[in-house]
Ligand binder design. Structure first.
Ligand SMILES: Cc1cc2nc3c(=O)[nH]c(=O)nc-3n(C[C@H](O)[C@H](O)[C@H](O)COP(=O)(O)OP(=O)(O)OC[C@H]3O[C@@H](n4cnc5c(N)ncnc54)[C@H](O)[C@@H]3O)c2cc1C
Length: 610
């Protein structure tokens, strides 16, 4: 084996992932832990990493309490309704009550927020969204984290968490530098996982040369879930994958179009179709369809049914709005600030939205915890607000001692978006400081044998490749190893066909899921033979391992929940209706890495806000 240098880093608090939540955790840990050593580790460079890397045009979670626009309770009601009744209201309330202060900090740090010229208030795009000139959103937020951290380690892919010798609490993490190949051992008293959501779990619509074109960032590779799952943290709502209605082929966002430009959708024959499906949706889900706003998944459902009925494509009516030069400018700027690809796609397909109403379509499913969906880790709630059953330690601590999370990592709290994720990072950072202070000198001890074993495991795909690289059958096909891209495509195909992806019309059932689990298990066996020709491919190999573990969780949860709770996100063909009597609850899983088995259970949903 090629010798690899090991670099040791000791810290009080280790933040894994320097996106929105990670920057929030790093910033806030410094505020409460002036003398602590706070380290942030990131696989890219925090300057432009994570889902916000390209910039944003709106901050989607702002209450506006200073102007009495909304109260935190209103946001809880909104998220609860959108998620068909199932959210952790304690966690959501906790974010909502603090999120305005976060946004005010962003403005103080230099983020230009648009103002309504008449009222002087922030320019609203919708009830919860405010408009920003957000091309530099991420560098602004990253600067605050950089100044707060003792050290930021960029370009290090974290592959595993370390446990304390006793196995009861977390003790740090290991990973490798994707440029130098050095192995890193981080020893820490508390770890905050903030490693983003997951794309490329299900087969995307764009494959082959277009495979990098996904809605959620292609580099969001499920580490946020795999790292905690591997050490036995309980997960929740992993079945609650999200499907987005977006502009076709470029995934351009539709929020500003609906909310600000007041554009609307119609079928291929110029008809409004949503009302047509109302009664059949009511027969599936009951009164949820009558709530306002209509839950995101149900709006997807109406679109999908209309297309299945042969009246597609669905189009966004832009021709009227774009006659107004101001609206036309806003429409284009909306993409140029955050999804430049959509503008390029339109240009390349001869679509001028002033002349042609562009097509919409539904995306492949994604797994994440901060959008109109709430997959993630099961976390302890705030002391002053969470029901006792939801409190077993420090705020945002998972079911593993010393292991915290925020943003896409934490389950049960939808609609936090960029500002809410940063806010949750702050909450987790503050709690982690308290945990470290309470621990005093009684720090965790990680065993040398554990990280030395992991070092062998981490580089194995490169060793494997080096030994067998000349035994090629054809092109890149080898009898001895599987390349990360091949493994990824196999994973996506299994998830797509068996767990409710696009080619299965988002539909699955018990026999399909059971077979899906068998196929995932076989894939897992084969991933022991991954081959990586260089460090870049080694990163791909570990991203794939993380995606596979998260996919297993998604499949197990989907099998466990015997109902169709979110039509438009996915369907259980064998349980086609929402079933509030048996399934108005959270689903929880715990993975045992020794046996490879998953334990499933239900947890109650407490409605704290009336
Ligand atoms: C297309 C799109 C549009 C959006 N639009 C809006 C919007 O208009 N307004 C809004 O408010 N929100 C929007 N959001 C939501 C917002 O971007 C997310 O809510 C937010 O970024 C989540 O924060 P996070 O820290 O959990 O994840 P991220 O910000 O994605 O950060 C995760 C970080 O972890 C790093 N990482 C991952 N794995 C590892 C590993 N193994 N080791 C080390 N580092 C790792 C990543 O590189 C990344 O830096 C949008 C998201 C997307 C994808």
């Amino acid at each position: 084996m090629r010798r690899r240098k090991t670099v040791f880093v000791d810290a009080d608090i280790l933040v894994v992932g320097g996106g929105m939540a990670g920057c929030g955790a790093t910033y806030e840990s410094r505020y409460w832990g002036r003398d602590l050593k706070i380290v942030c580790v990131e696989k890219a460079n925090i300057e432009r990493s994570g889902a916000v890397a390209q910039g944003l045009y709106a901050i989607n979670c702002y209450m506006g309490m200073q102007w009495d626009e909304n109260q935190p309770e209103d946001h809880v009601r909104y998220a609860r309704n959108d998620l068909m009744g199932l959210v952790r209201e304690d966690l959501g309330y906790d974010i909502a009550r603090h999120v305005d202060a976060t946004v005010h900090k962003f403005e103080e740090w230099g983020l230009p927020i648009m103002k309504d010229p008449e009222t002087g208030r922030y320019q609203r795009e919708g009830k919860w969204q405010i408009m920003i000139h957000g091309e530099s959103y991420k560098p602004i937020v990253a600067e605050a984290a950089r100044k707060a951290a003792s050290d930021v380690y960029n370009r290090i892919m974290v592959t595993h968490l370390l446990m304390d010798r006793g196995g009861k609490r977390v003790g740090g993490a290991v990973g490798f530098n994707v440029r130098t190949g050095d192995f890193y051992v981080f020893r820490a008293k508390a770890v905050v996982v903030a490693a983003g959501g997951a794309s490329h779990i299900f087969k995307p619509r764009a494959v082959g040369e277009g495979m990098g074109r996904t809605w959620y960032a292609p580099w969001s590779s499920a580490s946020a879930y795999a790292l905690p799952i591997e050490v036995g943290a309980k997960m929740t709502q992993m079945e609650n994958r999200i499907v987005l209605t977006r502009f076709k082929d470029g995934y351009g966002p539709v929020g500003a179009y609906f909310l600000h430009l007041k554009t609307y959708t119609q079928n291929a024959y110029g008809q409004d179709y949503e009302a047509f499906w109302r009664d059949s949706i009511e027969a599936m889900v009951g009164d949820y369809v009558n709530h306002h706003p209509v839950p995101t998944c149900l709006r997807n459902h109406a679109l999908l049914e209309e297309v299945k009925a042969g009246r597609g494509p669905i189009r966004m009516v832009t021709k009227e709005a774009f006659q107004d030069p101001h609206k036309e400018t806003v429409g284009w700027e909306n993409f140029l600030g955050m999804t430049i690809g959509q503008a390029v796609v339109w240009a390349s397909q001869n679509i001028d939205p002033k002349e042609i109403n562009p097509e919409l379509t539904t995306s492949e499913p994604y797994v994440m915890g901060s959008h109109a969906t709430c997959s993630g880790a099961w976390a302890s709630g705030p002391e002053d607000y969470a029901p006792s059953e939801y409190q077993w330690g420090y705020n945002r601590m998972m079911t593993v001692d010393g292991l915290f999370g925020a943003g896409d990592t934490i389950g049960g709290t939808a609609h936090k978006f960029s500002s809410g994720s940063f806010t949750e990072g702050r909450i987790a950072g503050k709690a982690a400081v308290k945990y470290v202070n309470d621990m005093g000198t009684d720090g965790p001890e990680v065993s040398e044998a554990e990280y030395e074993d992991l070092k062998q495991i981490v580089y194995k795909p490169m060793e494997h490749y080096e030994v067998y690289r000349n035994e090629i059958v054809a092109g890149t096909v080898s009898p001895h190893y599987i390349l990360p891209l091949h493994g990824l495509q196999r994973l996506e195909k299994i998830m797509d066909e068996y767990v409710g992806g696009i080619s299965a019309h988002y539909t699955t059932n018990e026999p399909l899921l059971t077979r899906g689990i068998e196929l995932l298990t076989m894939l897992k066996e084969d991933l022991a033979y991954l081959g990586a020709e260089d460090l870049h491919q080694l990163q791909r190999a570990w991203e794939l391992q993380h995606r596979l573990l998260a996919s297993e969780a998604v499949t197990q949860h989907t099998l466990f929940r015997q109902e169709t709770r979110w039509p438009g996100y996915y369907y259980r063909g064998d349980y086609p209706k929402l079933d509030d009597e048996d399934w108005h609850c959270f689903t929880l899983s715990r993975y045992d890495r020794e046996s490879g088995k998953w334990d499933m259970e239900k947890a109650p949903v407490y409605h704290i806000v009336d």
